[in-house]
Design a protein around this ligand. Structure first.
Ligand SMILES: C[S@@+](CC[C@H](N)C(=O)[O-])C[C@H]1O[C@@H](n2cnc3c(N)ncnc32)[C@H](O)[C@@H]1O
Length: 219
């Protein structure tokens, strides 16, 4: 099945709120646990989260790594507003900063020690822009953890995944999940992107029936 693009930013307030209210605990905590498992030596430093959405992953990571500092970047103003409120409620405003910008426009005063991103790449029309920015924004030796959806083989397979994992979710979320599956990349696509960007030290894995994950250290 060919990739079908979806809008880059989630800047509809209704869509942002539905996303923020959805239960991504297993996926988001799994992402954070994987970061700690892959990089047990990473205790302190500056982590950049590209496409941070409502900041659930930055909050979970900040709790797990109490000496870290996190910058979340998202181009959607409603997402950033929801994230700011969540960070304030979590009492983590001294360690998590959010920036309402497209990641393509981000300029950092110092390159990050880690770059993470969950569920952003499928929104991006040109995925090479994303990997280019990862290289540019992270220092040599920085750790990387990127996860996203895996494009199914057919529309029927995408519908089946929506039914399996989002049966009880509101219609807006089911629609977004379906569109995101169609906009996402296959394992081969991502491997080709990494090769083209000379990021072959990063390794790709497929941990379940709907995700790929890329991790490793930059040279
Ligand atoms: C599916 S959400 C994932 C949010 C979060 N990472 C999570 O796992 O809960 C994707 C987010 O990426 C943001 N986004 C899409 N394109 C972007 C871009 N070019 N720059 C910054 N943020 C972007 C969207 O606005 C949206 O909030």
């Amino acid at each position: 099945m060919e990739r079908v693009l979806e809008p880059e930013l989630m800047d509809d307030p209704v869509q942002a709120l539905a996303y923020a209210r959805a239960d991504f605990e297993e996926e988001n905590q799994g992402f954070v646990d994987r970061f700690v498992e892959f990089y047990p030596e990473f205790k302190a430093g500056h982590v950049l989260d590209l496409g941070c959405g409502p900041a659930d992953i930055p909050i979970r990571l900040a709790r797990k790594l109490p000496e870290s500092r996190i910058t979340g970047v998202d181009g959607s103003a409603p997402m950033i507003a929801i994230g700011q409120e969540a960070i304030r409620a979590a009492g983590l405003a001294d360690r998590i900063a959010l920036r309402c910008e497209r990641f393509q426009n981000i300029v950092l005063s110092e390159r990050a020690d880690a770059v993470i991103s969950n569920s952003l790449l499928h929104h991006v029309p040109n995925p090479l822009q994303f990997w280019y920015e990862v290289k540019k924004l992270a220092r040599p030796g920085a750790v990387v953890l990127v996860m996203d959806l895996l494009r199914p083989e057919s529309e029927e397979a995408a519908h089946a995944l929506v039914d399996k994992y989002a049966a009880d979710e509101p219609a807006v979320l089911r629609r977004d999940f379906y569109n995101s599956l169609l906009a996402s990349f296959t394992e081969d696509d991502v491997a080709a992107q990494l090769a083209e960007m000379n990021l072959t030290r990063l390794l790709i894995d497929v941990p379940d029936d709907r995700h790929w994950i890329v991790g490793g250290r930059l040279t």
